[in-house]
Design a binder for this molecule. Structure first.
Ligand SMILES: Nc1nc2c(ncn2[C@@H]2O[C@H](COP(=O)(O)OP(=O)(O)OP(=O)(O)O)[C@@H](O)[C@H]2O)c(=O)[nH]1
Ligand SMILES: [Mg+2]
Length: 481
C-alpha cells in the first residue's frame, strides 16, 4: 500500500476535475505553464514549483489622472496579483509623462527598484501596463528577477480559472498570441512550455529541422498550435450557435449578467435563481459562462447567464479569444450590468465595461444597471450613485435587499411575445396550455365545457400550433390589440 502522501501525489496526475482538491492541483499545475515571463535561465521543475509562491513588487507609471486614480490602479494590480497567488511585498508608483521606452520606469527609478527588490527578497516584478519585449528584457537584466506585465498577469489568472474545454482553448490561444512577438530570448523554458501545452513529451531534438534555429522551431510549433486552436474554437462555436438558434426558435428570452470583475455577478445570479455558481473574492472567478433557467412570476421561462468579468485594459488577445463568449452578450435580449457600489471608483468600472460591450457589438442591447453591495457602501457614496444613475436598481446580493425589485425589473424588460390571441384548447391538449404558460404571457385563463379558454401573447410558432383552437373573444375588453 502506498503511503497516503504518495497516493495524493500520484492522484494529481489523474485528470479528474470533479473534486475541489484536484481542481486546485490543476490550477497550480497551470501556474507553471502560465509563467509567461521571460525566464532568465533554464529553470528546473523544482524551481518552477517554488515560483508558484511568487513574492512580488508592483510598479506603476502614473501618466495622467489624479493620485487616487494611480492608487486605485495599483490596488487593482495588487488584487490581480494576489488572485494569481502572489504575495505582494511592495508597491511603487512613478509620476512620468509616459513610460520610458527602454525600461518602463525612468532610468533613475530602475536603480531604486533593483535595491527594493533585493532588500525585500522579491522574485518577481509586475508592471502595471503592457510592456514591449525589450522593456521586459531590460528590466530583467537590471533587477535580476523576472518581470511580467499586467497583460501576462491577467492571462495567467485566466489560465488558472478556465474550466471548460472551450475556455481552456480560448485562454491558450490568447497566451500563445501574446507569446509570439515576445519569443526572442525566451530560451529553453519557452520550448518546454510550448511542448508541454501541445500535449506531447518535451519536443526538441527530433522535431528540429536541419539548420533550423531553436527560435524558428519554437515559432513554427506555436504557429501550428495557434492554427489548430483556432480551428477547434470555431468548431465549438458552431455547437454553441446551434444551441443558441434552438433557443431563438423557441423564443426563450435571454438575460446576460455582465459587469466588472468581482462586482458580484455570480452572487446576484445565485440570488436571482438559487443556482450554485462559484463565488469568490478573487478576480475572474467565473470564466465559463453559466446559463440558468428562470421563471417570471407568471411562469414564463427565460435564461440568465453569468459571464466573464471585465477589467480595465482587458488584454486585446483575450477579447479576441473570448469573442464568441462575449458575443453571446451581444445576442442577449437584456443585459443586467452589475456594478460594485462599494468600490472607490464605480464610474470608471462602468465605462470600462461599456467599452468592451461596444467592442463586441453589445451596446445595442437594452441595459439594466444593478448597483450591488449597497450593504457595504457608505451613505454619502450611495447618494452620489443614486444621483448619477437614478434609474438603476440598488441591490445587495448578500442581504437580498432590492433583489425582488430587480427581478421584477428584469421581467418587465423582457421582450413581449408578438401575437395576441384567444383560444379554447380542448382538455386533451393540456400540453399546449403548458407551453402557453412557459413561453407566453398569459392574461386570462378560464375552464369551460369544451376546454380551457386562454388569452395570451405568444410567439409565432406557438400561435400556429394554437390556430385550430382560436376563438372569438367572449368579452369586448379581452379583444386583441
Ligand atoms: N458586501 C457585499 N459583498 C458582496 C455582495 N455581492 C458579492 N459580494 C462579494 O464580492 C465578491 C465577488 O463576488 P462574485 O459574485 O464572485 O463576483 P463576480 O462579479 O462573479 O466576480 P468574477 O466572476 O470574479 O468576475 C465575493 O467576495 C462576494 O462575497 C454584496 O451584495 N455585498
Ligand atoms: Mg463570477
Amino acid at each position: 500500500m502506498p503511503e497516503p502522501n504518495e497516493l495524493a501525489e500520484s492522484t494529481l496526475v489523474v485528470d479528474d476535475p470533479s473534486t475541489g482538491e484536484l481542481e486546485l492541483a490543476d490550477r497550480q499545475a497551470l501556474r507553471r505553464v502560465a509563467g509567461l515571463s521571460t525566464e532568465l535561465a533554464d529553470v528546473t521543475e523544482v524551481e518552477y514549483r517554488q515560483l508558484r509562491l511568487e513574492r512580488v513588487v508592483l510598479v506603476g507609471v502614473w501618466a495622467d489622472g489624479t493620485v487616487d486614480d494611480a492608487e486605485n490602479s495599483l490596488t487593482e494590480l495588487a488584487a490581480l496579483a494576489s488572485t494569481a497567488g502572489s504575495t505582494i511585498l511592495e508597491g511603487l508608483i512613478q509620476r512620468r509623462n509616459r513610460p520610458d521606452p527602454a525600461t518602463y520606469v525612468g532610468r533613475g527609478k530602475v536603480g531604486e527598484l533593483r535595491d527594493m527588490v533585493a532588500a525585500v527578497g522579491a522574485d518577481t516584478v509586475i508592471c502595471d501596463g503592457e510592456l514591449s519585449p525589450s522593456q521586459l528584457r531590460n528590466l530583467e537584466q537590471e533587477t535580476k528577477v523576472k518581470v511580467i506585465d499586467r497583460t501576462a498577469l491577467i492571462l495567467d489568472i485566466f489560465a488558472q480559472h478556465a474550466r471548460s474545454r472551450e475556455g481552456k482553448a480560448q485562454v491558450e490561444l490568447a497566451q500563445l498570441q501574446y507569446l509570439v512577438p515576445r519569443l526572442r530570448g525566451w530560451g529553453e523554458a519557452l520550448s518546454r512550455q510550448a511542448g508541454g501545452r501541445a500535449g506531447g513529451a518535451s519536443g526538441g531534438v527530433g522535431l528540429r529541422g536541419p539548420g533550423e534555429t531553436k527560435l524558428e522551431t519554437d515559432r513554427r510549433r506555436i504557429r501550428t498550435r495557434i492554427a489548430k486552436l483556432k480551428r477547434e474554437i470555431t468548431g465549438m462555436r458552431t455547437t454553441r450557435d446551434v444551441q443558441r438558434a434552438s433557443r431563438h426558435r423557441r423564443q426563450v428570452p435571454s438575460v446576460a449578467i455582465a459587469g466588472y470583475t468581482n462586482a458580484g455577478k455570480s452572487s446576484l445570479l445565485n440570488q436571482l435563481t438559487g443556482a450554485g455558481v462559484m463565488v469568490e473574492d478573487a478576480l475572474f472567478a467565473t470564466l465559463d459562462p453559466t446559463t440558468r433557467k428562470a421563471q417570471t412570476s407568471e411562469g414564463r421561462t427565460y435564461t440568465l447567464s453569468d459571464t466573464v468579468g471585465f477589467v480595465r485594459h482587458l488584454p486585446h488577445e483575450l477579447v479576441e479569444a473570448f469573442r464568441s463568449t462575449l458575443e453571446e452578450i451581444a445576442d442577449a435580449d437584456l443585459i443586467v450590468h452589475v456594478v460594485d457600489g462599494a468600490h472607490p471608483d464605480p464610474q470608471a468600472q462602468v465605462s470600462a465595461v461599456r467599452e468592451v460591450l461596444a467592442e463586441v457589438g453589445a451596446d445595442q442591447v437594452p441595459e439594466l444597471l444593478a448597483i450591488n453591495k449597497i450593504d457595504a457602501a457608505g451613505e454619502a457614496e450611495l447618494l452620489l450613485l443614486k444621483r448619477e444613475w437614478p434609474q438603476a436598481n440598488f441591490v445587495s446580493a448578500h442581504t437580498g435587499t432590492g433583489v425582488a425589485e430587480l427581478r421584477a425589473a428584469v421581467e418587465a424588460a423582457l421582450p413581449r411575445p408578438a401575437i395576441d390571441l384567444e383560444a379554447v384548447v380542448p382538455y386533451d391538449r393540456g400540453d399546449l396550455i403548458a407551453q402557453v404558460h412557459e413561453r407566453g404571457q398569459v392574461k386570462h385563463v378560464a375552464h369551460e365545457p369544451d376546454g380551457t379558454r386562454v388569452s395570451a401573447r405568444v410567439d409565432p410558432d406557438l400561435a400556429a400550433a394554437l390556430d385550430p383552437y382560436r376563438s372569438e373573444p367572449p368579452h369586448p375588453d379581452a379583444a386583441p390589440d
